[in-house]
Design a protein around this ligand. Structure first.
Ligand SMILES: O=P(O)(O)OC[C@H]1O[C@@H](O)[C@H](O)[C@@H](O)[C@@H]1O
Length: 256
């Protein structure tokens, strides 16, 4: 289901192109932090004592992880927080990520953040892929100084570099891989926006992890909260969930 570039090397702080990257406390380049935030480059701990999750995890394998502020980290982002992540795998391979972020500041100060599950889907050939669920929506075009445009009425197809933030998107987005006759279904909650990215040929040549032509085999569709940042007061918690499943395309279209 997920793409990982063939030349990826796991040597933090270098980022990889692949998998699902948890971007917090920013997704973009608004302040002096790392441009996709620091959470994707930190070592997380297993959370031995997570508070109860409202989602049903019966018959599913799951792991609870936690990331907290460190005294070193506070110098970079001057806030105390607890970020709990539950990763759940269902019997059919469905993958669910639930993030809970709590402001634990003791100085009474709120904090503001943006967030994204930067998700690299593996596809057979980007030219054969169609994304449904984003038609007629407004988007901010990262390739045009984040100018706002409105998408046309048809499903989205790809023939050049794309880097768009679709705003106020529905809770379900489908990524149809025509060649593989397979559809990825992304369901989300608490994450109004969806970033769609493919670097295409020219940009991919500038990304050292990509082999020749490898851009054809990936598409990022990221459940995100970018347009309207989230503000939490001390003691408040935010929750954002993403669920991914893969189904035969015929199954999906018969249930639209
Ligand atoms: O190299 P990074 O930081 O993981 O980002 C890769 C791409 O990720 C996409 O999600 C963004 O929309 C692009 O703007 C970005 O170039």
């Amino acid at each position: 289901m997920l793409f990982l570039s063939s030349k990826a090397t796991f040597q933090p702080p270098k980022v990889i192109n692949g998998g699902i990257q948890i971007c917090f406390p920013q997704f973009g380049s608004h302040c002096s932090l790392e441009h996709r935030g620091f959470s994707r480059n930190r070592v997380w701990c297993m959370d031995p004592d997570p508070p109860p999750f409202p989602t049903c995890s019966t018959n599913k394998a799951f792991i609870d992880l936690i990331l907290k502020h460190s005294e070193e980290g506070i110098k970079i982002w001057p806030h105390r927080y607890e970020f709990r992540l539950r990763v759940t795998l269902g019997p059919g391979g469905d993958l669910m990520l639930t993030s809970r972020i709590r402001n634990t500041n003791t100085d009474g100060k709120p904090f503001t953040f943006t967030f994204s599950y930067q998700t690299y889907f593996a596809v057979s050939d980007i030219s054969e892929v169609r994304v449904e669920g984003l038609e007629t929506l407004d988007y901010l075009d990262n390739l045009n100084n984040r100018e706002r445009f409105t998408e046309q009425g048809d499903a989205i197809t790809f023939e050049s570099e794309v880097d768009k933030v679709y705003v106020s998107t529905p809770t379900k987005i489908a990524i149809l891989d025509h060649e593989k006759k397979r559809t990825f279904v992304l369901r989300k909650d608490g994450l109004p926006d969806a970033v769609v990215w493919n670097p295409w040929d020219k940009k991919a040549k500038t990304l050292p992890d990509f082999s020749h032509g490898e851009y054809k085999n990936m598409l990022c569709v990221d459940a995100s909260c970018v347009e309207n940042p989230i503000t939490l007061k001390p003691g408040e918690e935010w929750k954002g969930r993403q669920e991914l499943s893969a189904v035969p395309s015929s199954y999906c279209s018969s249930r639209r």
